[in-house]
Structure formats: C-alpha cells, structure tokens
Design a protein around this ligand. Structure first.
Ligand SMILES: [Ca+2]
Ligand SMILES: [Ca+2]
Length: 193
C-alpha cells in the first residue's frame, strides 16, 4: 500500500471515529450541568454558594434559609451550548436538604427575555419532561420557588439533551481531516504527473 493511501485511510478512520463520538455525546443520557450563573432574586447562599457545574453540596436557597421563607426567590442559569426537549426527561434540579414539600417552577428561554413555563418539580421528584411545552433550543433555565411554606436549596441544575449543533471538537477534526486528505491527494497527483 502506498504511503499516501495508508495515511488517507488512517485519516478517514479518525474522521469517522470523531463523527461517531460527536453524535454519541449529543444523544447520550449523561447529565449536562449549567455552566454559567446569570442572575438571582432573593436567594441565600449556603456552603459553596455555587449553583453551576456538578453538585458540590452548596448552592442557593430560593428565599431564605428558614421555612417558611419570608421572600420568594428565583435564579437563572445558562447552558452555553443549548438544550432541547428530547426523549423523556429533560431537566432536573439537585438540592441538598430534600423534601417533597420544596416545590419549584421551571421556565426556559432562548434569549433570557421571554420565558416559557415548562413545568413544576419538587426536591424528591426532581426530574422534568418538557413534553412539547417548549420547541427549539433554549439556553436559560429559571428556577422559581413555588411554595410559600418551604424554600428549595438549589445545589445544581442539569439537563440531558444537547441542542443539535456540531461540537467545536468535531468541526476541528473534520476540517483537519479534510485538509490532510486534500494534501495527500495533492501529493499523489504531483507524484503521478
Ligand atoms: Ca422530553
Ligand atoms: Ca452546587
């Protein structure tokens, strides 16, 4: 087998592997955690105070620390790569001191201006299937306290289905692969001439 041809086959295999990885990570039911904190209203920090990333045992009370809350709190987090309504559950909220009495409303938005209510969960039944309540990619999720008796302590906010855009890694691999293939072909053509 000629060297350019061998190289081309290696590149093609790498390319296919990259594409498979890219599509697999877009569909797998692994949690995607919010990556940026956008805003909060009437929240009270506990432990780390962090509500983005994987659960770390700290976050924000929606309202204040003691029940019943004297204020109703809410917070907004962002998923930079976007989420969509996929098969089954789409969103979840992790809290630390969980009881089913801590109820929250979830709303989503593509622009952080117009929010659509997509459902209600509590600290125990903490998974939500958007089930058609919102269509298309959304980037912002608002968690609002829905109980005047109990405030939820939000540790992390997550989703499952990434918006269907090629991941930058896949695009980079595709561009690199095509460039190398083009180069190999170019060399072969020159050698043949
Ligand atoms: Ca769904
Ligand atoms: Ca946390």
């Amino acid at each position: 087998m000629s060297a350019p041809r061998q190289m081309r086959q290696i590149v093609t295999s790498a390319l296919l592997a990259g594409l498979c990885l890219g599509s697999a990570s877009a569909q797998a039911a692994v949690p995607i955690y919010a990556d940026s904190f956008v805003s909060a209203l009437n929240t009270t920090s506990f432990n780390s105070g962090i509500v983005v990333g994987a659960p770390d045992g700290g976050g924000q009370f929606l309202g204040d620390k003691f029940d019943p809350p004297t204020l109703q709190g809410s917070l907004v987090v962002k998923f930079s790569n976007g989420l969509i309504d996929g098969v089954g559950n789409d969103l979840f909220v992790v809290d630390v001191f969980n009881t089913a009495t801590e109820v929250v409303n979830l709303s989503v938005s593509a622009d952080n201006i117009n929010y659509t209510f997509v459902g209600q969960i509590n600290s125990v039944a903490n998974q939500l299937d958007i089930a058609g309540a919102f269509t298309g990619a959304f980037y912002y999720v608002k968690v609002s306290n829905a109980s005047t008796s109990f405030s939820m302590d939000v540790d992390a906010v997550g989703g499952y289905t990434a918006a269907p855009v090629p991941e930058p890694g896949t695009v980079a691999l595709l561009v690199t692969g095509l460039a190398v293939m083009g180069l190999a072909r170019h060399r072969r053509t020159k050698r043949g001439a």
